[in-house]
Design a binder for this molecule. Sequence first.
Ligand code: SAM
Length: 417
Amino acid sequence: MSGTCKYSCDTATHTLQWINAIIDFLRPYAFLIHSHVVNFFKDRQWEAVDKEWMDCLRKDPVENLLLIPSGVVQDHWPVSLKDFVLNLRSLVFPREPADLHMSLPGMHMVSVNSVLAQGMNMKKKHEVEVLSAIVSSIADSVRAHTIVDVGAGQGYLAQVLSFQYQHSVIAIDACSHHGRVTDARAERIKKHYAAQMRKSKSGNGRFNVPKTVTCRVISIDMLKTLTGMSLHKGDAEHLGFFEEDNTKLIEEKPKSQCVANSGTSLVLAGLHACGDLSVTMLKAFLECKEAKAVVSIGCCYNLLSEEGADNIETHCGFPMSSGVKSAVFPLGKSSRDLACQSAERWRSLEKDDGLHNFELHSFRAAFQLKSWKQALLLVVKERLCVADSRGKWKLHCIIKKLHVHIFIQTRKEVSLT
Ligand SMILES: C[S@@+](CC[C@H](N)C(=O)[O-])C[C@H]1O[C@@H](n2cnc3c(N)ncnc32)[C@H](O)[C@@H]1O
């Protein structure tokens, strides 16, 4: 797919051009992306899709369908379908990994040892290995005193940054269980490092151990307060104090907020910081002068709060940019769910697994259709109880017809797959 992207994020204007091209592309299909995948079957949405496309795709092997999200077209497809998929391909964000040594020349990546890697699967180990090297390199270049791991989970990133790269780290997470696991892991890792030092008779026996804070970060002020406290030695010793009681933190706010030019500095880091948490990190970075850098890998975009009819909150996670706000293109829950789909994952599915995925959706749709019609029958039956004998006969005929309709319809929906 490389080399096909004609857009860039070099400047704000270029970025906005790209955003608007995506919105123009999506607008005609808003009815599809705004509804749950099950509704494609339940609401007969295929009827609104180009008939030529449907006729072609219906007969195509599942292997070809699994390649569509990756922008792969087939020679025998109608030209308009090929254009659609190629246009889509030209709009996606490039996924080729950056050359990290070019972007961060001083970066030194160290393999995570087996003690630090305990509990991590291969994917997590890879992510932590790369991200800890990036965060450490950036922290060194901005001379940060502290790294704040936001949404630290069980402390994998925080511990590598503390023990391996020797940074001072604060690990914040909303879940107290995660905080306890992080502390227990750190205790085990500390013993291992201490034993190694004794064996080699080196070092002063002191380690950097991440400080854990249990707190649900729900606002920029809260994150600013926490990070501000982490920079003041006296406050930092009491950080564990909050223990999920955010009200205490809010009371502490005026004393501990980030203060410009206080001479201290920090880096905000997040690995899979879900939904609004990544947004809060970015906003805190903009507002807190002591935050010298932010390194955030977002995730769970479906959990982002969104401005709109369902949400009158003014501090929603989406949209962040004034450019997107001015384009007025609400996403909604279904599109955000769709945005979490991975073209890579679809592409790597075997034929049978791919078929199984489609089957699950169509069976669920058939089930939903059936339940909805059964609910309708119940309402009709309830009415039957209060009708007179002529009315009862009429309703009886309607119910019979509905039963036949449900049966035929459900069979039709299932056989479509
Ligand atoms: C997907 S996990 C990632 C954990 C860890 N960074 C990792 O990669 O292993 C996201 C973590 O963020 C935490 N989290 C989510 N929202 C939060 C919030 N508003 N404040 C603090 N932590 C939050 C969750 O409890 C969870 O542990």
